[in-house]
Design a protein around this ligand. Structure first.
Ligand SMILES: Nc1ncnc2c1ncn2[C@@H]1O[C@H](COP(=O)(O)OP(=O)(O)OP(=O)(O)O)[C@@H](O)[C@H]1O
Length: 308
């Protein structure tokens, strides 16, 4: 990995991609601006057809934007791929069924001028026990790990992963992300598209949510959660003071909803501090709890909001 240069790992400016279809032009990507710094781990999250794969294909130089520009490590996508600075694990991709896992890695390694060591790559992808197995005998998840191993061969600065853990079971998925975490600590930039919210939550520092070809949210995992749902503040109120408390809480700035659940009053608000203050200092509340919404709720709220 070369990490001496100071350009961002990736920069997209006003990127648009239109496909010609029988029904007329289809805008798969509708003006994406995005800057990703070196060493960032970013999840690209969005519903089916949001434009994730099309965007990543353009970053890899597999297809050209209709308009706008893309810079990868300060160069054009094809140049960066050609120089081995960026590589990818795609959703699917041809593997030769009659070769073994090790032969596959060796064969692709021979196409690079300075490949990483074959044994090292096999170890990092968790493929050592399967090295002599034929590709045709590997499960879908194992083949996906092999694609991941191949993507590590050029020792890229930027790694693009389009649903990298599709088909892997829970433990393979965990091993995969452990390897990726180690790589990111060593300065590799990782951009991955996923449908698994928990993966974005557990692994990415930053989430870019796309819907209908546009970026609809961009921030840290906790910012995205808070943005969509606000926080929920709840507390126990003294007996007989619930109705009065509910009336008062409805007047606190930022409050979206107040409800009563058993002995607790539950408040959804964009300003949890103000609610907590009112509960503790004015209303005699005890046993206070503050929670953020789940990433699932955020995802639904943001993408539905965007398509409205
Ligand atoms: N080659 C193509 N020709 C015409 N339309 C296309 C082409 N490739 C993609 N599309 C359309 O562009 C839109 C975006 O597709 P894309 O594959 O980028 O979405 P995605 O976010 O990756 O979805 P998924 O999560 O299902 O993989 C979709 O409506 C898709 O049907």
């Amino acid at each position: 990995m070369t990490t001496t240069r100071t350009e961002p790992a990736l920069e997209l400016s006003g990127v648009v991609k239109e496909f010609r279809t029988a029904e007329g032009p289809l805008r798969a990507v509708d003006g994406i601006d995005l800057q990703v710094d070196r060493g960032e781990v970013l999840a690209f999250l969005g519903p089916n057809g949001a434009g994730k794969t099309t965007s990543l294909d353009m970053v890899l130089g597999l297809t050209e934007p209709t308009s706008g520009s893309i810079s990868v490590l300060g160069a054009g996508p094809r140049q960066a791929v050609g120089a081995g600075q960026v590589s990818a694990v795609l959703q699917s991709g041809g593997l030769l069924r009659d070769l073994t896992v090790r032969e596959t890695v060796q064969m692709i390694a021979s196409t690079f001028s300075h490949p990483a060591a074959v044994d090292d790559v096999l170890r990092r992808a968790g493929l050592e026990p399967l090295a002599s197995r034929k590709v045709s005998k590997c499960s879908g998840g194992e083949q996906q790990r092999l694609r991941f191993a191949l993507s590590l061969l050029p020792d890229p600065d930027l790694l693009i992963l389009d649903e990298p853990t599709a088909g892997m079971d829970v433990s393979a998925r965990r091993e995969f992300w452990d390897t990726m975490r180690e790589d990111a600590r060593n300065g590799r930039t990782v951009i991955f598209a996923t449908h698994y919210l928990e993966e974005a939550d557990a692994f990415a520092q930053r989430i870019v949510m796309v819907a209908d070809g546009r970026v609809v949210a961009d921030g840290s995992t906790s910012e995205i959660r808070a943005r969509a749902t606000g926080r929920t503040v709840s507390a126990r109120l003294p007996e007989g003071r619930t109705a009065q408390g509910v009336e008062r809480l409805r007047l606190v700035p930022g409050v979206q909803e107040v409800s009563v659940e058993g002995a607790r009053v539950v408040v959804r608000s964009g300003d949890s501090d103000a609610v907590a203050r009112a509960l503790l200092t004015e209303l005699g509340g005890t046993d206070l709890e503050i929670a953020t919404g789940s990433l699932d709720q955020a995802f639904v709220a943001i993408t539905e909001g965007a398509s409205r």
